[in-house]
Each structure stands twice: as structure tokens, then as C-alpha cells.
Ligand binder design. Structure first.
Ligand code: C5P
Length: 222
């Protein structure tokens, strides 16, 4: 059976990573959460007092940084230079700065090269904002997931509480809308649906519904 590439894009908290993880599990494919890579760099920048608007400093930091995504039973673990940052990169400080880090063209160039190397052999489910448009433009399956801001904030709120993070629904709604705006309006590789992507509105669907819909598309192409 052909081992294809599956690109999953969409705005913040649209369910991309949950869906991508399930798909990867079903297909025994590699799951790559590209948002975690931008979050890992943001975490390190904040730790080192590097300005998230300083492109050259961020690029230098990234070039000296080894980011690892390791599959585990609990999902994907994220390591930066050997440190397990899986949980801390989901916190408020990183979430509120990551879109500024991800705006820089040179940072994106380096990240995209790493992501393309990880996905070079196919058999991969990759999620992010620019996977179908820039990272894997030849992916056999491209999906664009969307959902209303209210629904996305509701899901993220529940997730935060389950992780033991403090969480306020209204603040989350504002943060998600702000992040979408920065990600959609940036000059390089903005958040946008690839022309050949299938759009799925997940607002009133369960995770399993979405996975099932995508699996139908995948089965036609393997
Ligand atoms: O997917 P997640 O919400 O963890 O992504 C965090 C941020 O990383 C996004 O808001 C966006 O600014 C950036 N990102 C990106 N391109 C990707 C994945 C994430 O710019 N492919």
C-alpha cells in the first residue's frame, strides 16, 4: 500500500492535532505537529530573554537548537536540546508570543526545511498552518479544518482545565481570534486553505466524525 502524505491545516484550536494524531495512529504513520516546533523556539527565546521581534537573534537561536518530536503512548513529546517541554509550550506565555516568532521569513525558511526533511519519505500526517500550501505542496491529501471561534475556545478551555492550567473562556476567545488574525495577515505563508484542500467545518462534528470523513478521502488515494 502506498504511504502517502497528509496535510492538515486550519486556525488555532480547530482540532487539527487531535485529528492528526488519530489518523497517524490508524495508518501507522508518523505524526508531526509543526506548531509544537514554533512553540519550542518561542519557549527558548522567552527563556533566554530574546526579543520575539528580533529575526536574526531568533534565527541564530534556532540554528543552535535541536527540536525533537517523539511519539509516546500519551501523544507526542517535544524536546528542545534534550529538555522535555511538552507541557510548558502549551502555557499562556508561549501561546501569546508564538505568532510573532512564526511571522519571520528566515525562521519559517529554516522550520520548513526541517519539516520537509521529516516528511521526506511519506507515511506522514503533518498539521499546521502552511502544510498544504508550502511545506508539503504535493501531499496526496490536504484537509483544511475550521470551526467557529466560540467552539474552538470552548474546546481549548476544556483542554486547559484537563491539563490543570488556569483558563478563562472569554480571554481564550480573544487570544484565539488575535492569533488567527496575526497568522492570516502575515506576509509569508499566511494561514490559508490550499486550492486543492478539502474544507471540513468541525463545529458540530465529533473528532471521530472528522477522522472518519478524512479516512474516506485517504482510502481513495492509497
Ligand atoms: O498549532 P499551534 O496552535 O500549536 O501553533 C502555534 C502557532 O505556531 C500558530 O498560531 C502559528 O503562529 C504558528 N504556526 C505556523 N505555521 C505552522 C504551524 C504553526 O506559523 N505550520
Amino acid at each position: 500500500m502506498k504511504r502517502i502524505s497528509i496535510a492538515i491545516d486550519g486556525p488555532a484550536a480547530a482540532g487539527k492535532s487531535t485529528v492528526a494524531k488519530k489518523l497517524a495512529e490508524k495508518l501507522s504513520y508518523l505524526y508531526i505537529d509543526t506548531g509544537a516546533m514554533y512553540r519550542a523556539l518561542t519557549y527558548l527565546a522567552l527563556q533566554n530573554g530574546i526579543d520575539v521581534h528580533d529575526e536574526q537573534a531568533l534565527l541564530k537561536l534556532l540554528r543552535d537548537t535541536y527540536i525533537e518530536l517523539k511519539p509516546s503512548e500519551k501523544g507526542q513529546l517535544v524536546f528542545v536540546n534534550g529538555e522535555d517541554v511538552t507541557n510548558v509550550i502549551r502555557g499562556e506565555a508561549v501561546t501569546n508570543h508564538v505568532s510573532f516568532v512564526a511571522k519571520h521569513p528566515l525562521v519559517r525558511e529554516e522550520m520548513v526545511a526541517r519539516q520537509q526533511a521529516l516528511g521526506a519519505n511519506g507515511g506522514v500526517v503533518m498539521d499546521g498552518r502552511d502544510i498544504g500550501t508550502h511545506v508539503l505542496p504535493h501531499a496526496e491529501v490536504k484537509i483544511f479544518l475550521k470551526a467557529s471561534v466560540e467552539e474552538r475556545a470552548r474546546r481549548r478551555h476544556a483542554e486547559n482545565i484537563a491539563r490543570g492550567f488556569a483558563s478563562d473562556f472569554e480571554t481564550l476567545k480573544e487570544e484565539i481570534a488575535r492569533r488567527d488574525q496575526i497568522d492570516s495577515e502575515r506576509q509569508v505563508a499566511p494561514l490559508t486553505k490550499a486550492e486543492d484542500a478539502v474544507e471540513i467545518d468541525t463545529t458540530s462534528l465529533t473528532i471521530d466524525d472528522v477522522v472518519c470523513e478524512i479516512m474516506k478521502i485517504v482510502n481513495e488515494r492509497i
